[in-house]
Ligand binder design. Structure first.
Ligand SMILES: [Fe+2]
Length: 303
């Protein structure tokens, strides 16, 4: 029988999120995690090669890894696997040391075997997370296989993220999610409404908090907290476990709502990281409501 089919379910959570730390920090700031996935067979290169063979091309992404430190992501250095590639994704993984790109295996929860792993991880944590945040949704997972000295520039993502280092060392820098110099309100609106990314102004680039990750360590990254990542002198494997919480969905809607307001000339109030005051809660409810109700109420709330 295939070795990977013998993977047994977890008896307890492989990630230590520490409920009290999660309660204090969720949506607001990053904190360090520990986990035991560095010895998991599904995260060994030979099994990741087998996974890459099963994933469709759009879920196999290459990210140019030798970018200049301090630059921001523009989107033009992302590339999906195609049948025209000189080398298969599997060959690239086996020769990752010599590649000049990070291989990203996207949405691995869509794979039957890795889906079981991702759901098992989140099932183990669900009660702990939901006691703080309410119901979680949008379970996803990405695996990053990087050559030595790969740099992923300043960017931000819409999900809650437990980012876990499995092999090699990685510097993971996270910015304050509420720092409006680093991430102006308009930049957040553009990102959450249009997936349009804004670089960090050079004078604020040094405001990050650095997490030096070795296998068995990880970091909680709040929704939209800007970050950059750099592998050290060895091959790196990392996995992100992502999900949405009611606060992250609400915040997403409020920023999309505010973008509509701003287009009509109204200057919306800043949104708090949890979008949990009455104004933001109402905006979120309106955006979730049918469009005619939305239009009528938008102008009232904008004043
Ligand atoms: Fe990211």
């Amino acid at each position: 029988m295939n070795k990977i089919l013998n993977v047994v379910p977890f008896k307890s959570s492989p990630i230590e999120i520490q409920s009290e730390l999660f309660r204090q920090n969720v949506d607001l700031r990053p904190y360090e995690l520990s986990h035991s996935l560095q010895s998991h067979p599904l995260l060994e290169l030979q099994n990741l090669v087998a996974l890459a063979k099963r994933l469709p091309p759009l879920q196999r992404e290459y990210v140019f890894a030798k970018q200049e430190f301090g630059t921001h992501e523009t989107g033009d250095h992302y590339q999906h696997a195609t049948s025209m590639d000189e080398m298969s994704t599997e060959e690239m993984i086996l020769n990752i040391e010599a590649q000049n790109r990070v291989i990203v295996l996207r949405n691995v929860e869509t794979d039957a075997i890795y889906g079981t792993l991702v759901h098992d991880i989140l099932d183990q944590l669900q009660e702990q997370i939901e006691a703080v945040s309410g119901p979680i949704s949008g379970r996803e997972s990405f695996i990053f296989i990087s050559p030595p000295r790969a740099y992923t520039p300043f960017h931000y993502d819409p999900e809650q993220n437990f980012f876990l280092q499995v092999r090699g060392r990685k510097d993971f820098a996270v910015y304050d999610v509420a720092d409006r110099d680093v991430m102006p309100e308009v930049a957040l609106e553009n990102f959450l409404a249009q997936n349009k990314r804004t670089p960090c102004a050079p004078e604020f680039f040094n405001r990050y908090r650095l997490f030096e990750l070795s296998p068995g360590q990880g970091v909680y990254v709040p929704t939209t907290a800007p970050h950059w990542v750099r592998t050290l002198d060895e091959v790196s494997v990392s996995i992100s476990i992502n999900f949405r919480t009611p606060s992250s969905i609400r915040r997403d809607r409020v920023y999309r709502f505010n973008r509509l307001l701003r287009k009509t000339g109204i200057q919306p109030q800043n949104v708090s990281p949890r979008a949990d005051n009455l104004r933001d809660w109402l905006k979120s409810e309106i955006l979730a409501a049918p469009s005619r109700v939305k239009q009528g109420l938008a102008s009232i709330l904008g004043r």
